[in-house]
Design a protein around this ligand. Structure first.
Ligand code: ADP
Ligand code: MG
Length: 232
């Protein structure tokens, strides 16, 4: 698939081909402007591709960096909104919302408004809302980049927990190679709208950020990012 912006004659994505396995955790890394968000928007159907094909499952839902919550709705209303729009009955909407509010430890906070939440709590609501759609695939675009390191670590635990419990396919853009190594089964390294390399992460779980293997693999990926493109 590819994406070209006709007006500005910029190519956000060249022809990229990749597939994602069901239940897999894939991280996309690469310098700013290389097309990571474009890939997610194309998969999520927020933008239309101009070239190629995308084969995707029915249920896809997206988590944005800022949480993107509606400020005039409380936590529970934010999480319930899509299912209400779908026309689900009151009880079913409540049941689904409660399930994901519980999973993200938000039950105590469900009457609060987004302005009354910390960054990490807001992002937990963003994830609960995405899960309430009951998607097969969860897309996350640098979801933790605005959070402090301690909160980020907490969010990693939540995300891995969801992944283990629900078996969802997760595609996440990250600006941190260490984060990608901590979470992903595979890492896709991008540059200038192209895929530079896709690597399997062969580190046993549970993983720890300070582990030697992560530090070593991070060095390896940084070298790949700095290297010239292999001629194609
Ligand atoms: P990343 O997420 O890797 O930082 P993006 O996918 O957001 O990068 O963007 C890839 C490229 O496409 C960038 O060069 C960006 O400037 C360009 N781009 C993104 N959105 C638009 C748009 N709506 N119109 C024109 N160019 C865009
Ligand atoms: Mg981006």
């Amino acid at each position: 698939m590819g994406k070209e912006y006709k007006v500005v004659k910029a190519t956000a994505l060249s022809s990229v081909t990749f597939s994602v396995n069901e239940g897999e955790f894939l991280c996309i890394v690469g310098p700013s402007g290389c097309g990571k968000s474009t890939i997610l928007r194309l998969i999520g159907g927020i933008e239309d591709k101009t070239l190629g094909e995308i084969e995707k499952p029915e249920g896809i839902s997206m988590v944005f960096q800022s949480g993107a919550l509606l400020p005039w709705m409380n936590v529970e209303e934010n999480v319930s909104l899509v299912n209400k729009i779908k026309g689900y009955g009151v009880l079913k909407v409540k049941e689904i919302s409660n399930q994901y509010l519980k999973m993200m430890d938000l039950k105590e906070l469900k009457m609060r408004y987004p302005r009354e939440l910390s960054g990490g709590q807001r992002q937990r609501v963003g994830i609960a809302r995405a899960l309430a759609v009951e998607p097969k695939v969860l897309l996350l675009d640098e979801p933790f980049s605005a959070l402090d390191p301690v909160t980020t670590e907490e969010m990693h635990k939540y995300l891995l927990d969801i992944w283990f419990k629900t078996g969802k396919t997760i595609i996440m853009v990250s600006h941190s190679i260490e984060e990608a190594l901590l979470l992903a089964d595979r890492i896709m390294v991008m540059e200038k709208g192209k895929i530079k390399q896709v690597l399997n992460v062969e580190i046993e779980r549970p993983r720890h950020e300070e582990s030697e293997k992560i530090i070593k693999d991070a060095e390896k990926i940084k070298k790949i990012m700095e290297s010239e493109f292999a001629s194609q």
